[in-house]
Design a protein around this ligand. Structure first.
Ligand code: FAD
Length: 392
């Protein structure tokens, strides 16, 4: 079967990339191991994704934003970063960014659903569900994918969007640096008695971090990262004990709290592909860079990368070029590596600094928060990174 582009993985990054390319009329086939019914209505997975202004713009341009009900979009207006039990906070406010809000909160399953629905009506795009790749390869003229059911697909370009543990990236010989934090992120939603005032709190309690992110209807998304060996104890707590524990850790800032979802554990491994492209092959989304969630950049970067790749491919099409050739893939890679590198390493340094309990780390944390508040250009830089409003 001859295609123009084969995309492996119909997660949010793969689907967004396909939607970005949909209007070119190219024949695009996505290969996905999950059943179509799951793509059409993905179950809640506990992830509430903080989206930047740039992501809003891209999703809006792709017609994905309007597919999400207004009530499913919450706003972050203020963000506070806190160290240990000190009341001192590094604060960011939307007014300093000159925006109505710092960012948006949408659950991952709503984003996936919107990305899937945005492809409806494009006959040039098909999704082959419940299929897995057995092998793939490329030569100077073509790429091919063999599925486990024996089917073979060919295209001048293959794009891998099959998660941070991408097997096709490995099959194409792209090595990846991986950072296993030995920690687990546990996420859930809770109701709060007192208003959260659209404020996101990131509290670094030494060995454990706790983020409380604002959602509509006085709900909050709670994100706990802790050493993996402690996660079993947390996951086995009763709903009531868990709620009391969070109330205590947040010093009753939200009044009485109650669990409104189950607890979802995610082991934390950050990944950075050594190359974002090979011959007639590119990686996007988490397959390119899998971020630690503490700075909430993962999908934002995935969407941005998919958009960058789509832009390069469209430019190539306009000049009658070959979309699988070296030039557009190398340009995508250069731009996206430049965007991701400081954020990836910056996030990992932050994680290390905020999980160490040495006196030097404690001092550095205190100093960073204070300097962050006082040095306006540094604060503006962090805010621009958080909101991506200057990149929009
Ligand atoms: C707790 C947590 C909180 C997060 N919070 C944020 C946040 O606030 N902001 C943010 O921007 N990001 C956040 N992220 C990151 C975000 O969830 C990911 O970056 C995003 O989901 C990655 O999308 P993706 O499409 O690249 O990969 P995935 O979502 O992993 O999708 C990959 C797809 O490929 C399919 N697949 C895999 N292997 C194969 C194969 N061999 N053949 C066929 N199909 C295959 C899978 O079934 C899946 O559908 C968070 C992540 C976590 C864990």
């Amino acid at each position: 079967m001859k295609q123009d582009i084969i995309v492996i993985g119909a997660g949010p990054a793969g689907l967004s990339f396909a939607r970005d390319m949909a209007e070119t009329g190219l024949k695009i086939t996505l290969i996905e191991k999950q059943p179509e019914i799951v793509l059409a209505d993905p179950p809640y997975d506990g992830r509430e994704i903080a989206l930047t202004h740039l992501s809003y713009k891209i999703m809006n341009d792709l017609g994905m934003w309007d597919l999400i009900a207004k009530d499913d979009i919450s706003l972050i207006k203020t963000a506070k970063v806190m160290n240990g039990h000190s009341p001192y906070a590094l604060s960011f406010d939307h007014t300093e960014a000159g925006e109505n809000n710092l960012g948006f909160m949408i659950s991952n399953n709503r984003i996936r659903k919107a990305a899937y629905e945005s492809l409806k009506g494009y006959d040039n795009i098909q999704i082959l569900c419940e299929k897995e790749v057995a092998s793939l390869g490329t030569d100077s003229g073509l790429g091919w994918v063999e599925l486990k059911d024996g089917a073979r697909l060919e295209a001048p370009l293959i794009v891998a969007a099959d998660s941070r543990f991408s097997t096709t990236r490995r099959m194409m010989g792209i090595s990846t640096s991986m950072l296993d934090f030995g920690r687990t992120c546990v996420v859930c939603t809770m109701s709060a008695e007192l208003p959260h005032d659209d404020t996101a709190y990131e509290c670094f309690h030494f060995d454990r971090t706790l983020a409380v992110l604002p959602l509509n209807n006085n709900q909050v998304s709670v994100v706990i990262t802790l050493p993996s060996e402690e996660s079993a104890t947390l996951l086995s707590m009763s709903k009531e004990d868990f709620a009391k524990d969070i109330e205590r850790r947040t010093e009753s800032r939200f009044g009485a709290m109650a669990l409104t979802s189950e607890l979802f554990p995610y082991p934390l491994v950050a990944t950075f592909a050594k190359k974002f492209h090979a011959r007639r092959f590119a990686v996007v989304g988490d397959a390119a860079v899998g971020m630690h969630p503490v700075t909430a950049h993962g999908f934002n970067l995935g969407l941005r990368g998919a958009h960058t790749l789509a832009k390069e491919l469209k430019n190539t099409l306009q000049t009658g070029g070959d979309i699988g050739s070296y030039t557009p893939l190398e340009r995508y890679s250069r731009v996206h590596v430049r965007t991701c590198t400081p954020l990836y390493h910056g996030t990992n340094i932050l994680v290390k600094l905020y999980t160490k309990d040495t006196p030097a780390a404690k001092f550095a944390r205190r100093a960073l928060l204070r300097l962050g508040n006082r040095i306006k250009p540094a604060k503006r830089l962090i805010m621009n990174q958080l909101t991506e409003n200057k990149a929009a």
